[in-house]
Design a protein around this ligand. Structure first.
Ligand code: HEC
Length: 173
């Protein structure tokens, strides 16, 4: 019991490592045509803020934040703003241009950028584009974005799930 508690505290502080080594096997990836958009095949640039050895000073984490962790915080703030806009009957601000780096940001643990992560990131960004396209049912489209956050976290990083679920917007009155 005590051990269980200790490990769930750890999960809150950081993500667990990707469980399956197989997930890191890039040979399972289909060859991708070169795209202007960033993909799993795009090499990450050493030395940028949030890369190994260049973590971003953070109030939340004394070790500093990776580029991906900092992007996640932007994503949380953007979704909070989007939810507030929807609740006032408005339109959420466009997200794709701000979140598109998801597939190419340095994670704290480099093993987290694996084919499984990338597939979830593709799904997430597709939901973001659907929301940006000003759909007929923006609340449903918004909640589909939140569900895509949740799906990736259930797979690889359970700590923030409770916080993510709270981002959902209630159905229109
Ligand atoms: C494709 C997978 C994926 C998606 C989609 C995703 N996340 Fe994450 N998230 C991660 C990973 C991996 C980390 C760990 C980042 C690190 O430590 O470098 C993380 C970290 C976080 C953190 C902790 C950041 C910190 O301060 O350390 C929060 C909060 C979070 N995500 C919320 C969200 C929200 C909200 C969404 C949707 C808007 C989302 N995530 C979408 C994979 C994902």
């Amino acid at each position: 019991m005590r051990r269980l508690l200790a490990s769930s505290l750890l999960l809150l502080a950081a993500c667990t490592r990707a469980p399956a080594a197989a997930a890191r096997d890039a040979s399972t990836l289909k060859a991708e045509a070169p795209l202007p958009e960033c993909t799993l095949a795009t090499p990450l640039v050493p030395g940028v803020p949030g890369s190994p050895g260049h973590l971003i000073p953070s109030e939340l984490n004394p070790n500093g934040a990776s580029e991906l962790a900092a992007l996640m915080r932007t994503m949380v703030a953007d979704l909070e703003a989007g939810r507030a806009a929807l609740e006032k009957g408005g339109t959420p601000p466009p997200l794709w241009s701000r979140h598109r780096k998801l597939r190419c940001a340095w994670p704290t643990d480099s093993a987290d950028r694996n084919p499984q992560f990338d597939a979830m990131a593709v799904t997430y960004l597709a939901q973001v584009q659907a929301l940006d396209a000003k759909p007929t049912h923006p609340r449903a489209a918004f909640n589909a974005v939140v569900t895509a956050c949740q799906a990736c976290h259930e797979n690889s990083c359970p700590g923030p799930i409770e916080r993510i679920v709270q981002l959902k917007v209630a159905d229109a009155p």
